[in-house]
Design a protein. Sequence first.
Length: 307
Amino acid sequence: MDRSFHVEHKQETLANCPLCGSPETRVSLTLHDHSISHEDFSTHDCDGCGFRFTNPRPTPSAIGDYYKDSNYISHNSSGKGFLEHLYRIARKRALRRKAALIREYVGDGRALDIGCGTGEFLAQLMSRGFQVTGIEPDLGARERAISNFSIPVFPALEQIPAQEQFRVITLWHALEHVPDPKGTFKTLYALLEPGGLLVIAVPDRESWDRSYYNSYWAAWDVPRHLSHFRRMDVHRLIHEHGFEILDTRRMPLDAFYIALLSEGYRGSHAIWRYPKAMAIGLWSNLSSFLSNRPTSSTLFIAKKPNR
């Protein structure tokens, strides 16, 4: 792959923690981008609140280059490999479960999905009576969502008119990609109608499989993942911006896919990669259910108070 797009002046260094603003941060890990650029990136931990973030990181104008590859499956609905086939099978089931989750709380209304990819989740909601809108920075994925499902999709959250109001806003593995989590939460609060539902799913770095794979854990996904959350980090964002937490749930299915990618990054032989990933995913989930430890990803359900 041509990696000539990466040059030093396309990086930015954060002087303060994106969550609490503390200037006291330290390097915690050096991680490898196994999937696209094959470059190394550092993460910093905040001495004040413990939040972990990629630093330095690509600038907003450069970050798109790190998504431009057929290996980035969420932007590619037509990959032909076995892993892509498994991903699409799992995604179909997950889409139905996600839509059913929304219906637990909201019968219909306007829904906004941030990081909507090629639009399959919004299509599920649309088939259940919702009016839908998407946010997707990647041009190719955005165009497929629009052409395949006739969904209005914008490239950035800032392009949604300020007067718009939504009954549901979802971020399925999108919050870790945004450069300004606190600013994003302020915008989400403004866009959500009183009593509206906010649903967020993120990788959880306190899971057992993260500690097992350490730097090979696929959900680090640097530099595309700018933030590396714990439950307490997302709870803090939710509370500080005026939302009420309704539920925090495990996401056990994510552990198997993350383990499969992680085994590949560690160089496991193809014969053993799938059974090993299955075993690690099962053990990580068992560890979670026998303790208070999270699964590979965590789901947060919150609402904007009725006022």
